[in-house]
Structures are given as C-alpha cells and as structure tokens.
Ligand binder design. Structure first.
Ligand code: FAD
Length: 410
C-alpha cells in the first residue's frame, strides 16, 4: 500500500494522520520532538510536582472538526465543562461578578433576560454583533465593535483577545466573525465551553497516538525533517538528522509544521511571520470552580482563570508586551489579582510561568494576507497547520480542520 508521509505531530498533523488512517491509508508520522502535541500538550512539571498543560485551551461545542476528531480517536468523553452555554466573569476592579447565559436555540432570546446578559448592557446593544456579518479582513475588531461601552469592555474585548490572541486595535474582525458564525450565531448549543477533564494530551494527543498505533501507522519521534528533495514538481525524499526516506512516485506528503518551519522547507512560500505570545501561570492552589470550571477576569493582568485538577491556571493572551517582565513579578501581580477575585491567602503557593513566545500568528490584516492555501506547487505535497487559510483564527479548530482538509484532498 502506498504511504502518506505526515510531517509534524501537532493538532494539524494528528488530524491529518488520523483522518487518513481511518480511511485505511498507510501513514508515516514524523515528529521532531520526542513527544506529540506541538503547541497543545501536557507534561510533568518538576517544580510543581504535577502535570500541567503548556497553556489553557478552551474549546466550544460548535468546534465541529474538533468534535469529529475526538469521536474518531474515541476521546469525546474526555472533555468536560458546563452542560449549558454559560460564561462566568469577575470584574476585579468593581468586584462585580456575573454569569453570561445563552439559550440553546438559534433565536437569541437570552439577550432579553437582564440576569443572563452582561450587567450594564441593554438587549439592543447586542444587535451590534450583526456588524460582524459584513466584516472585511481589513476591518479591525476595535474599529467595528469598539465604542460599544460596557458590552465591549466586559464581553467583546475579552472574547476577541481569547479568540484571536491579538489586541483588538490591530486584530482583524474577519476571523472573529468566523468564530461567531460557527458558535454564537448557531445558538447556545454551539457555544458551550469545553475543556479537557485531565489535560490536553490526555484528550487530544494520547488517544490519537493510540488510534494511529492501532491502525498500523508508523510513528517516528525525534525525526526532524530538515529538507525536502524535489524532482519534477514532486517531493521525492525527506531528509533530516535521523531521516533519509525516499518518497515513492505514488506517495504523498502533508507538511504540518509551524509556519516558520514550512517556509524553511519550501523556499518561496509566504506564511504569517509575526506572532503573539501567550503566557500561562500555574499556581499550586485551588479555587471554587463555579458553574463552569473557569472565569473570565476583567480589569486584571490576565483574562481567564481555570480551576484544574491540581493547579489554578491563568492565561494572559496577546502578551508580547509582557515577555520581558520578570517571572516573579508577573506571578506576584497575577496572584494579587487572584486574591482579590477569590479571597486566596497572601502567601503565594508554588508557581510556574510558561511563556509561549510564538503561540499563534498575529491575526492582523497584514498577516492574514500571508496565509497560504493547502495546495502547493508540488503535486504530491499539501500544507496543514493553524496558519493556513482556513478562515478561522490560529486555534485547535483551525489546525484540526486544516489537517482534515489536507487529508481529504491529498
Ligand atoms: C499557550 C497557548 C494557548 C492556546 N490557547 C488556545 C485556546 O484556548 N483555544 C484554541 O483553540 N487554541 C489555542 N491555542 C492555539 C493552538 O494550540 C494552536 O493553534 C494549535 O495547537 C496549532 O497546531 P498546529 O498543528 O498547527 O501546529 P503545532 O502545534 O506547532 O505543531 C507542529 C508540529 O510540528 C513539529 N515540527 C516542527 N518542525 C518539524 C520538523 N522540521 N520536522 C518534523 N516535525 C516538526 C513540532 O514539534 C510540532 O509538534 C493556544 C496556543 C498556545 C501556545
């Protein structure tokens, strides 16, 4: 049977590999690291003495490709979250706390219920969301939605930062519109927050590897691909420190590396080249999980806090301007926010700061224009990755969809 070579075992590569394996294709998966998952993984942290995720990842029930992927690898039951579409928030400055609740159906009657919408907003304010229907790539989130006062400050801005990992003043409204189209616009049933019960790897990575092994796929770790041999507009070989593989004339390749690696391997390929950091802080502590297991934070250093099995984890998105900040000062600042919001003790417990410098590409109009499609000038090579032109922001859903699509068209 002819093989499909998948390079990169992040979400995009695992999605492509499992889609192919499920169709009975013979897959060889090459991963540079000794582990899979890429920017979405769990590991043991010696200082904390427990497993942590590299960063909090929030999914939505409307992430259809992700849900299909989880069903394929038998991991659907590994997610948790509230059974209803609800998002608890705490304003650290005013001390206000509220829970945004949506109804499940498409008709958004929840906006008519004062206790369900954001405090200080009117039902009519939410009509402004319809502006997103005509969002062009060149429109910024702040340009389209800024000026909506409380609704913007308490909901749209934090949601935009979470979805786009880019400051709303420079972020394009188009990928945010895509997220809204696939979630909120389809009703609350598509907007239920979902997250791993245990960890990212336990939900999204390990079951995929088990599925691939059971399907007879060949998994090669520590197998960095440093070059592609190309002949007559085809990939004919893969080379690297531990790899020297001939790609047969009827074989295919899916390149599912991050954009900067794809550009190195394929000279002339245009990819997004500006990135945004995400910083996660993990504290060996616990908070009341509330109705959802996480809270949106307004007016503090971080935007979201998650109650995890062994830690409280806090996310600072669009964090390029915080990368140079000393980690102990950052931890103290965030702990002080958590104390205010959750009445935690003054003494800071063991903590870990994880800075993912290139967490996602910057979702600016200029960077979006650099996203390549999946097909390439090489007839047997397709691209997959969150940076490809999926229309979605740089997310698990975008990565998984790109892998699924590359596998379907290879
Ligand atoms: C801290 C953080 C928080 C996030 N939060 C969210 C969230 O809440 N919701 C959400 O949906 N998304 C979130 N994301 C984004 C999401 O994690 C990414 O969009 C997604 O994981 C990208 O997957 P990918 O497969 O495209 O790329 P990657 O994960 O980068 O995978 C590429 C893989 O290729 C491998 N590789 C690289 N070079 C080579 C080579 N030469 N040869 C072989 N293998 C190679 C890498 O080791 C890696 O395993 C977050 C990301 C971070 C970092």
């Amino acid at each position: 049977m002819t093989r499909v070579h998948v390079i990169g075992a992040g979400m995009a590569g695992l999605s492509a590999a499992t889609t192919l394996a499920a169709r009975g294709r013979r897959v060889v998966l090459y991963e540079a690291a000794k582990w899979a998952g890429g920017r979405c993984r769990s590991y043991h942290d010696a200082a904390l003495g427990c497993r942590i995720d590299n960063g909090n990842h929030l999914l939505l029930s409307g992430n259809r490709s992700t849900m299909t992927y989880l069903r394929r690898i038998g991991a659907e039951e590994t997610l948790t979250g509230p059974s209803h579409p609800l998002f608890p928030f705490i304003d650290l400055i005013s001390g206000d706390a509220w829970t945004l609740r949506l109804n499940r159906g498409r008709l958004p009657w929840w906006v008519l219920r004062r206790g369900w919408r954001v405090p200080g907003t009117d039902a009519l304010d939410y009509l402004a969301l319809r502006r997103l229907e005509r969002a062009a790539v060149t429109d910024t989130v702040a340009g389209m939605l800024g000026g909506l006062g409380t609704l913007y400050d308490r909901l749209l801005e934090p949601l935009a930062i979470a979805a786009l990992n880019t400051k709303p003043e420079t972020a394009s409204a188009a990928p945010m519109a895509a997220v809204v189209r696939e979630s909120l616009a389809r009703g609350g049933a598509a907007t239920i927050p979902r997250m791993p019960k245990i960890g990212l790897s336990e939900s999204l990575v390990d079951p995929a590897l088990a599925f691939l092994r059971a399907s007879g796929a060949e998994l090669r770790f520590g197998a960095r691909i440093a070059g592609l041999t190309m002949t007559d507009a085809r990939v004919t070989g893969l080379v690297g420190p531990n790899v020297d593989e001939i790609v047969g004339s009827d074989e295919r390749v899916i390149l599912a590396t991050p954009p900067w690696v794809a550009a190195e391997l394929l000279p002339g390929l245009t990819v997004p080249d500006a990135h945004e950091a995400i910083i996660n802080l993990h504290f060996r502590a616990g908070i009341d999980p509330g109705p959802a297991g996480f809270y949106g934070l307004i007016g503090g250093a971080a935007e979201w806090v998650f109650e995890k099995p062994e830690v409280v984890s806090v996310t600072i998105s669009a964090a390029n301007d915080r990368l140079e900040q000393e980690t102990d000062r950052l931890a103290a600042e965030v702990w002080s926010d958590l104390r205010r919001g959750f009445g935690l003790p003054r003494a800071m417990p063991p903590w870990r700061v994880v800075k993912e410098k290139r967490a996602t590409f910057a979702a600016t109009p200029e960077q979006l224009a650099r996203r390549p499609g999946s097909s390439t000038r090489l007839v047997n090579l397709r691209l997959a990755g969150d940076y490809t032109a999926t229309g979605l922001p740089s997310t698990i859903e975008g990565a998984i969809r790109s892998g699924e699509s590359a596998a379907q068209h290879i």
